[in-house]
Design a protein around this ligand. Structure first.
Ligand code: ATP
Length: 224
């Protein structure tokens, strides 16, 4: 039986079906027992999230509840200071040193991987499952040379490597394209009622209800 643990990291500001179906389809395609969605506390690579960590974790929990085997994990939110994926993977590895880990990542995020802290160590801690994201540049050409070198060395068409070895393989997995982005969802919600109608169906109804209840991503008040 496959024991490999799938992991999707992100800001999830807010979580949407692009994240959730990505996790669910990879889980099914690769036969993974569980995929953790781990919202980043203070993401070091980008502007700070709009919603608080508590809200982003609560929304991730609501989203995961729609999908068997997806589970939101609050460790990066609870951790003070910036969240580095390499540290999270190290902690997950220490929990069970015999369990392989697979970091599931969109092609846009993969292309920027070599700017992550101790990025080469990621391959010693986990496999990478790279998923094409609509609109993202094509790999490996979009990646800088050092990352292309890792790609060429580690890419395999044999997904059984994900359970036969603990870490170090790169697998490309195709999933149904979901042209959804959190930035676009936030921009639509900031437009008020018309935008709210547009985002319906892009994220779970329970997440949208949470956003309404907690007045997140509201239109900015008019300047005086
Ligand atoms: P933003 O639009 O604000 O950049 P986002 O929708 O990209 O947010 P993130 O939290 O940055 O969300 O993404 C987390 C992970 O999910 C990344 O690996 C990213 O590539 C992947 N991802 C996000 N949306 C999609 C999507 N629609 N299809 C495939 N992968 C996605």
């Amino acid at each position: 039986m496959i024991r490999t643990l799938g992991i999707v990291g992100g800001t999830f500001d807010p979580i949407h079906y692009g994240h959730l179906r990505l996790a669910a389809e990879v889980k099914l395609a690769l036969g993974l027992p569980q995929v953790l969605l781990i919202p980043a506390g203070i993401p070091p690579h980008r502007a700070p999230p709009v919603a608080s960590g508590t809200d982003r974790l609560a929304m991730a929990e609501l989203g995961c509840a729609e999908f068997a085997g997806l589970c939101a994990d609050g460790r990066e939110i609870r951790h003070p200071g910036p969240s580095y994926t390499v540290d999270t993977l190290q902690a997950l590895h220490a929990e069970d040193v015999t369990r392989p880990l697979a970091l599931i990542i969109g092609s846009d995020a993969f292309a920027g991987l070599s700017s992550w802290r101790r990025w080469e160590q990621l391959f010693t801690l986990a496999h990478l499952v790279v998923v094409e994201r609509p609109g993202a540049p094509t790999l490996p050409d979009a990646a800088p040379p050092a990352l292309q070198e890792q790609w060429n060395r580690r890419l395999t068409t044999d997904p059984s490597r994900l359970s036969r070895q603990l870490a170090g393989a790169i697998v490309r997995q195709s999933v149904t394209p979901q042209p959804i982005s959190a930035t676009e969802i936030r921009a639509a919600l900031a437009r008020g009622a018309s935008g709210r109608a547009e985002v319906r169906g892009l994220l779970p109804a329970a997440v949208l209800a949470y956003i309404d209840r907690n007045q997140l991503y509201r239109p900015l008040p008019d300047a005086p």
